[in-house]
Design a protein around this ligand. Sequence first.
Ligand code: 13P
Ligand code: SF4
Length: 301
Amino acid sequence: MEETVVEEIARLRRERNAVVLAHNYCRGEVQEIADFTGDSLELARRAAGVDADVIVFCGVYFMAETAAIVNPGKVVLVPDATAGCPMADMITGEQLRDLKAKHPGALAVCYVNSTAEVKAECDICVTSGNAERVMSSLPEGREILFVPDRHLGSHIASKLGKSYVLWPGYCPTHARLTGLKVAEARAAHPGAPVLVHPECAKDVRDAADERLSTGGMCAYARESQAKEIVVGTEVGILHRLRKENPGKAFWPVDEDAVCPNMKKATLEKVLACLRDMSPAVSVPAEIAVPARRAIDAMLAV
Ligand code: 13P
Ligand code: SF4
């Protein structure tokens, strides 16, 4: 009998000694075959500890690049090398070098949603899961440049009572969400807590009960007594929330909040990259080494 796609992935995964990591926004069927599904921070930590020979990274390119940087001895395969993050592409290494030149002595901090070239220019990285902790660990009295997400940057600045120089980047998927949509979701599901991602604009963050990374949302859903929860982020997370919490209902603030790049990893493409052992992520050492310093500084906090 002919092997199914899922069976062939399982066989090749064994033969190649590979693990499959997937982000919480990936297609449900991809999350189902993954060895581990998580948020950016959990995936970076998991990737650093992989001792299999091959990592198939389902998510967007900067996440796979991060995996390759923190675990340089491994082959990191991506099902679709065109799965970029538009926010990460909103600042280039050259633009950051220019910004640093205008602010001599400042610390440069990047959201992990950035290219390796940008990370290589930074003192430290943050993710939405650890931004508050990492930013509070920075020395007092230094100017701080925060790139590329102005919303995560302003969220943390206001939580910590600080002021950062913010790059005007943003996530187009989270930009779909509005305070009005949150109000409508609240009215439709009275009493349900509203969780939003800190990549959302201020009016959306202010209208919500919690501002959490996708991993934070999964933990909240597990621990909360609430039977209904409204979720303001990319809708791929609903697969995991519903699977892990069968007795609870999850409602999106906007059911069309889809990140097209996160959907590019399909089962067929996972299979193809395992068959071909390509495309593989490659980061030149002159970028990987300084980028790793910024990521390791974050992982050490
Ligand atoms: P998380 O780290 O919260 O999973 O966020 C990643 C991301 O790209 C959100 O848009
Ligand atoms: Fe980038 Fe937004 Fe997609 Fe996350 S959801 S990968 S920030 S475009």
